[in-house]
Design a protein. Structure first.
Length: 193
């Protein structure tokens, strides 16, 4: 009798065994991918939805190393859906705030991280979605150019061009923010007398 475990990394395994291996191997990477792109309370749902898709489409999941890239593609779509949902919710909240009185703020919420990091993160929020995603894939996920190209379904040269453009745009946004006069509630106004 032959062992249900095959040398090709999964073909020939029962679906539940194959899925369990897929989950065990790739859950940390997919969780990190989602964690870097979504607010904390949305991460578990995005990871669960990614693996639910994998379970439902287990026959479509390629064997071996390509499985992780396939899961990244699914997670990319799930995260995009979360962003769109969050954007719709934010627009609705903004409309409601325009009608309702603003809540009182807490001084603890005003704590600012180191200025340079804050400026980089703020500059990143000003990037277009394509620029932001290509930088996240290259810098946070540390995916090779070929994998990014496969994930986004574009040519490797297009990936290089997008990364170059995104870095240039990030630097431009950073310079704009850095040149802005910083004013905080505690900053002295005017010069010394």
């Amino acid at each position: 009798m032959s062992d249900p475990v095959s040398a090709d990394g999964g073909v020939g395994l029962r679906d539940d065994v194959r899925f369990a291996r897929l989950y065990d191997l790739h859950h940390p990477a997919i969780r990190d991918y989602c964690r870097r792109r979504l607010a904390g309370h949305l991460v578990d749902d995005a990871v669960a939805e990614t693996f639910l898709t994998a379970w439902r489409r287990i026959d479509d999941v390629p064997p071996g190393d390509e499985a992780r890239l396939w899961l990244y593609r699914v997670a990319y779509r799930v995260v995009g859906h979360q962003w769109r949902s969050t954007g719709r919710r934010r627009r609705l909240d903004d409309k409601l705030r325009a009608v309702a009185p603003p809540p009182s703020g807490d001084a603890g919420d005003e704590v600012v991280e180191h200025e340079e990091r804050r400026l980089v993160l703020e500059a990143a929020t000003r990037l277009g979605e394509k620029d932001a995603e290509i930088l996240r894939l290259a810098a946070w996920e540390q995916l090779p150019i070929a994998d990014i190209a496969a994930l986004l379904d574009i040519a490797p040269n297009a990936v290089r061009q997008r990364i170059h453009r995104a870095k240039r745009n990030l630097a431009r946004e950073y310079r704009k923010l850095d040149a802005r006069p910083s004013t905080t509630p505690d900053a002295p106004k005017g010069g010394a007398r």
